[in-house]
Write a new protein. Structure first.
Length: 156
């Protein structure tokens, strides 16, 4: 499977999320500064709450921009069958006769993209599954959370 296409799908997903978050941040900022948000008494905290929300969304937007840039500059390479798993590896594992495909990315684990009808989940080296995979090779077994075991079918 083409890793560059997977990274493009991840960047597209993060860009769409960024647009949503940036729009929500603008709306919250406008709500915080709108004249209707002016406190009617000392217990009215609508403007303050809207301001906190806008700040949080602005931080999230900055994190998304950073993640997008990390994916754009990510060096992609093919892994030989005997090479250990590392950042930018595409890893297929099998557990209970089910095969799953994972891309080890620098940020935003949990993003799922679909390429040629196949789902690929992004995981990070910091995630439990990512930590279990790093340094392993094709054919090795890994222990998953809950004590289950899975086999590494391929690394590319």
């Amino acid at each position: 499977m083409d890793k560059r296409a997977i990274v493009t799908l991840v960047v597209d997903h993060l860009t769409a999320e960024l647009e949503t978050v940036a729009g929500a941040s603008r709306e919250a900022r406008e709500a915080a500064t709108h004249e209707d948000a002016r406190a009617e008494d000392k217990y009215d905290t609508r403007a303050t709450e809207s301001s906190y929300l806008a700040d949080g969304q602005a931080r999230h937007a900055a994190e998304l921009r950073e993640a997008i840039e990390l994916y754009r500059v990510l060096t992609l390479r093919e892994f030989a069958a005997d090479e250990p798993i590392a950042l930018a590896a595409l890893v297929e594992i099998e557990q209970r006769r089910t095969r799953d495909l994972y891309f080890i990315g620098p940020r935003n684990g949990g993003v799922i993209v679909r390429r040629d009808g196949v789902e690929v989940m992004v995981i990070t080296p910091q995630s439990p599954l990512g930590r279990a995979m790093l340094g392993r090779r094709t054919g090795e077994a890994i222990r998953l959370e809950g004590g289950r075991e899975a086999k590494i079918v391929s690394v590319s």
